[in-house]
Design a binder for this molecule. Structure first.
Ligand SMILES: Nc1ncnc2c1ncn2[C@@H]1O[C@H](COP(=O)(O)OP(=O)(O)OP(=O)(O)O)[C@@H](O)[C@H]1O
Ligand SMILES: [Mg+2]
Length: 535
C-alpha cells in the first residue's frame, strides 16, 4: 500500500496515541529530584567485585521502615521507604542467602517463567523463614517482588525497562540512574542496593550474550533478550565507575505516521522520501548521536516494495522491517583471544553475493563505506545507510575519510567522484533542546564541479520560537525541483509537483530591536567629516 493511502488517517491520529514531545515543565522536573544527599556520597567501592560469599546467618533483621509510615503511601513515603537502610539491608541479606543457596543454577538459565522461578521462590521462602522478616502481608509481597526482581530480573532497572515512556536508561553509578522520556533526560530515585549488585546486573546482561566485562575487556556491547541495545564500560576506562547505557528496543517501532505526528517530518517530505526509496535512489541519513538515524532508516526501509529482497547489516540488530523477504546480518566482535571478528565491511561484501535488491546498512563507520559506494554504483541502487555527522557537508567529509580507512591510497578526487555518483539524497537529522528529533535538511547530491561536491537543498527546517518559548519551526520545501526527478518518473514513481512548492507567506514585519545609526549620525559621532586627506 502506498504512503498516500496509508497516511489517510494521520491527521486524526495526531492527538491520540503518541503525544507530540513537548518540553518538560519545570514542575515535572522537580518531581524527579537529584539523588538524595545520603546517596550522593558513594561508599568505597571494593577493589574488585567478588562473588558474594555465603553469608553467615545474619542478625535478626531490622524491621523495614514501612511500618512507621504505613498510614501514608504518597510518593514521599515511598521514597523514604526505598532509601531506608533497614529495608535495603534486609533485602541484600535475603538476596545473598538465595544466591548462595542456588549458586550456579542461576547462571545461563532462562530468566522468567521457568522452573528456575519456582526454585528461586522456594529458596526465597526458606531464606525469609530463616531471616524471620516480620512484615505485613502487603509489605511482604512487595519485598518478595523486589528480591525476585533483583535475582531473576535486573533489579531497579526492571521498572524503567517495563515503562513504555522510557526510551533510554543510563546508570552512572549504582545510585545514579537517569532515564530519557520523550527526548528529555531526567534523574530517577531508583538505585541498586550497592556497587556489587550493580556489577552483578551488568555481568548478568553481558554474560547472557556470551561476553564478559572485566579489566581485560572493560567495554562491551550487548543486547537484552527483548532486543534493547546495551553498552557497559567499567574502570579503568570509566573513571567514575561502571557505566551502563541501555537504548530500549521499541516493541512498536515508530512509523512514518508517528514521525509526522511528532513534527519530525511533514507529509510532503514523507511523500518525497517514499518516492526516493521506491525510485531506487541511494539515501544517506545523517545526524548526531541519538538524533533518530536508526528510526528514520527503519521508516525509510518500510517504503521498500514487498517483492524486493532486502539484506540488512548492523552492528547491533535494531532494524525492524516488516517486509516478508528480509535477511538480517549482524557483525561480531573478536573473541577473548582476539579472533573471529566479522566486520560490517565483511558482511557488505558477503551481501553482494546474496542477490540483494537492497542493502540497508545500519551505520557506516569505517572502510565499509568504500564497499557501500561501490555497491551503490554497480547495480545495487536503492541502498540506504546512516552516518554520524552534524551536517550534510560533514557527512560527505566523513564518507571521504571512511573510504580512506579502507586502506587504499585513492586520490581525493576519485573518492569524491564515487560519492557524488553514488549518493543521491542526504537526510540530515537533529535533536533540538526540547528533545524533539526532526529532519532539518534534505539535500540532493548533484555531482562534482571541480573538486567540490555540489549539494542542493530541497527541504529545510525553518526554526521559529513561539511567544511562550516553544520551538515551533516547520519543515518547508525550498522551492527547487531535484535533478533526479526525471529518473523517478522513468521508474514509474509519481510525485505531486506541489511537494516542492515553497510556502508563500506574508512578509514578516519585525519590530526593530536595535536602532541602527545612520551614516550621518556615525559621522556626527566621530566628530564630523575627515578633511584634508589625500586628494
Ligand atoms: N522522530 C522521533 N521522535 C521522537 N523520538 C524519536 C524519534 N526518532 C527517534 N526517536 C527516539 O530516540 C531514540 C534514539 O533513536 P535512534 O536509535 O533512532 O537514534 P540514532 O541516531 O540511531 O542513535 P545512535 O547514534 O545512538 O545510533 C530512540 O529511543 C527513539 O525511539
Ligand atoms: Mg542508531
Amino acid at each position: 500500500m502506498k504512503l498516500s493511502e496509508r497516511l489517510g488517517a494521520v491527521e486524526a491520529e495526531a492527538a491520540a496515541e503518541k503525544p507530540r514531545p513537548r518540553p518538560k515543565p519545570a514542575a515535572a522536573a522537580a518531581r524527579h529530584p537529584a539523588p538524595a544527599p545520603e546517596r550522593a556520597e558513594r561508599p568505597e567501592r571494593p577493589e574488585r567485585p567478588e562473588r558474594p560469599e555465603r553469608p553467615e546467618r545474619p542478625e535478626r533483621p531490622e524491621r523495614p521502615a514501612r511500618e512507621d509510615t504505613a498510614a501514608e503511601d504518597g510518593p514521599k513515603a515511598r521514597a523514604t521507604r526505598r532509601t531506608n537502610a533497614g529495608w535495603e539491608g534486609t533485602k541484600k541479606r535475603v538476596r545473598d542467602l538465595v544466591l548462595a543457596d542456588l549458586g550456579p543454577k542461576l547462571t545461563g538459565a532462562k530468566r522468567v517463567g521457568s522452573e528456575l522461578e519456582k526454585e528461586v521462590k522456594a529458596a526465597l521462602d526458606r531464606a525469609l523463614q530463616r531471616e524471620d522478616v516480620r512484615i505485613s502481608p502487603a509489605e511482604r509481597s512487595k519485598f518478595v517482588a523486589e528480591v525476585l526482581s533483583d535475582i531473576l530480573g535486573y533489579g531497579p532497572l526492571d521498572a524503567p525497562l517495563a515503562d513504555p515512556t522510557v526510551t533510554e536508561i543510563m546508570c552512572n553509578a549504582y545510585n545514579q540512574i537517569w532515564v530519557e522520556r520523550r527526548g528529555v533526560i531526567e534523574p530517577t530515585d531508583l538505585a541498586f542496593t550497592d556497587d556489587s549488585q550493580y556489577r552483578q546486573v551488568i555481568d548478568k546482561i553481558v554474560s547472557a550474550v556470551g561476553r564478559r566485562v572485566d579489566e581485560s575487556s572493560p567495554m562491551v556491547d550487548a543486547r537484552l533478550p527483548d532486543g534493547s541495545r546495551v553498552n557497559a564500560i567499567i574502570p579503568p576506562l570509566a573513571l567514575n565507575g561502571p557505566t551502563l547505557t541501555i537504548r530500549k528496543f521499541a516493541d512498536d517501532p515508530y512509523t512514518v505516521a508517528d514521525l509526522i505526528n511528532f513534527g519530525s517530518m511533514t507529509m510532503d517530505l514523507a511523500l518525497f522520501l517514499e518516492a526516493c526509496v521506491r525510485g531506487k535512489l541511494n539515501v544517506l541519513v545523517s545526524g548526531g548521536t541519538g538524533t533518530g538515524k536508526t528510526t528514520t532508516l527503519n521508516v525509510l526501509s518500510s517504503f521498500i516494495p514487498e517483492r524486493e529482497r532486502i539484506v540488512t547489516i548492523e552492528d547491533a540488530a535494531e532494524l525492524q522491517l516488516q517486509q516478508p523477504h528480509v535477511v538480517r546480518l549482524e557483525s561480531r566482535p573478536a573473541n577473548s583471544e582476539g579472533r573471529g571478528e566479522v566486520r560490517i565491511r565483511d558482511l557488505v561484501r558477503n551481501a553482494l553475493r546474496m542477490r540483494p535488491d537492497r542493502i540497508v546498512v545500519g551505520e557506516v563507520r569505517g572502510g565499509e563505506a568504500l564497499d557501500m559506494l561501490q555497491a551503490m554504483n554497480t547495480g545495487h541502487a536503492g541502498s540506504i545507510t546512516t552516518v554520524h555527522a552534524n551536517t550534510s557537508r560533514d557527512a560527505l567529509a566523513r564518507l571521504e575519510t571512511m573510504v580512506l580507512m579502507a586502506g587504499f591510497d585513492l586520490p581525493v578526487r576519485a573518492i569524491r567522484e564515487q560519492i557524488a555518483s553514488a549518493i543521491n539524497v542526504i537526510v540530515q537529522l537533529e535533536r533540538a533542546s526540547d528533545g524533539v528529533r526532526r529532519v532539518v535538511s534534505v539535500e540532493e547530491v548533484q555531482g562534482l564541479e571541480g573538486d567540490i561536491i555540489l549539494l542542493q537543498q530541497l527541504f529545510r527546517h525553518v526554526p521559529r520560537v513561539s511567544v511562550d518559548g516553544r520551538q515551533v519551526g516547520e519543515i518547508e520545501a525550498a522551492g527547487l525541483r531535484p535533478k533526479f526527478l526525471d529518473q523517478l518518473v522513468h521508474s514509474g514513481v509519481d510525485l505531486p509537483a506541489s511537494v516542492f512548492h515553497a510556502p508563500v507567506r506574508p512578509r514578516e514585519v519585525r519590530p526593530k530591536t536595535r536602532a541602527v545609526p545612520s551614516v550621518a549620525e556615525l559621522i556626527a559621532r566621530s566628530g564630523g567629516p575627515v578633511t584634508g586627506g589625500p586628494r
